[in-house]
Design a protein around this ligand. Structure first.
Ligand SMILES: C[S@@+](CC[C@H](N)C(=O)[O-])C[C@H]1O[C@@H](n2cnc3c(N)ncnc32)[C@H](O)[C@@H]1O
Length: 264
């Protein structure tokens, strides 16, 4: 793993999406509920011995955990060609990765037992969210499981002005139109495509808190991230701004994991 080149080293610190900035600084876990919520998601989606499709694997951090759980097959669908290559290195020789939009994967109908996607629906608009969930349903066999890990807003009664403030603050700091939903809105998105909800879990949104960074990246990974931050002024400013945004809105943000299945 250490032999791999720094991902996305050619992307501008001031304009690049927040997740690629973090990736470039050495952060591998790029999802709101951290590695613990991912492990819960993997345990409950039961990928061992079955066919798995991962939508938007990014750098392949979860892909590595899926492969370690011994699926029968692994296929990734990633929009970014550099990320697709990074994941391909993690999953070979068992797995493959196609560079494609998750809403139009090109993979066959009803051929997967589990479809997993983390930190990728939040960044889509309403229509694209529904199109990606519909694609996951198309890929799944009857009774197959769809597992997602995303960013949630709490409480359900969150005021429209607060929601708008949060969206604007996230857009400014991560340079991406993140559109988190409330827990019930996430459930409705899946139910609206014919899925049946099995499990819903939430965890604090603590992506850039020091203790979460150590839990997600390990001590060595956390130190590498810290050293890279100290060395790179523009990147450091942006990461501090992202952290300030997450902290300012901490009481309204959660990581959420949902597992649902297609009817038999
Ligand atoms: C925040 S990263 C999350 C990566 C990974 N799932 C994780 O949790 O570490 C978002 C990823 O979603 C990918 N992505 C965004 N929209 C996509 C789409 N419509 N189809 C496929 N991949 C997409 C991005 O290229 C990026 O790799």
């Amino acid at each position: 793993m250490s032999a791999r080149p720094t991902p996305f080293a050619d992307r501008d610190d001031l304009a690049v999406h927040g997740h690629w900035l973090l990736a470039r600084l050495g952060k591998r876990v790029l999802r709101p509920g951290g590695v613990e919520l991912t492990r819960t998601l993997l345990r409950e989606s039961r990928p061992t011995g079955v066919g798995v499709v991962e939508l938007a694997p990014g750098l392949g951090r979860t892909a590595g955990e899926i492969i370690a759980l011994d699926p029968r097959s692994y296929r990734g669908v990633e929009a970014d060609p550099d990320a697709a290559r990074a994941t391909e290195q993690v999953v070979a020789p068992l797995g493959t990765v196609v560079t494609a939009d998750a809403a139009r994967s090109g993979l066959p109908d009803a051929d997967a037992d589990v479809v997993i996607g983390e930190a990728m629906l939040t960044m889509q608009g309403e229509g694209a969210k529904a199109a990606i969930v519909a694609e996951a349903v198309r890929l799944l066999r009857p009774g197959g499981r769809y597992a997602i890990h995303e960013l949630a807003l709490v409480p359900e009664s969150i005021a429209e002005e607060v929601r708008t403030d949060i969206r604007r603050a996230l857009a400014r700091s991560i340079k991406l139109n993140a559109r988190p939903l409330t827990v019930l809105e996430w459930e409705d998105l899946l139910i609206g495509q014919g899925l049946v909800i099995d499990h819903v879990r939430t965890a604090p949104m603590a992506l850039l808190d020091p203790m979460r960074i150590i839990a997600d990246e390990g001590l060595v990974g956390a130190l590498r991230f810290g050293v890279n931050l100290l060395r790179q002024r523009d990147a450091r400013r942006r990461v501090l701004a992202m952290r300030a945004t997450f902290r300012a809105h901490r009481s309204h943000l959660r990581g959420i994991a949902l597992i649902a299945h297609t009817p038999q």
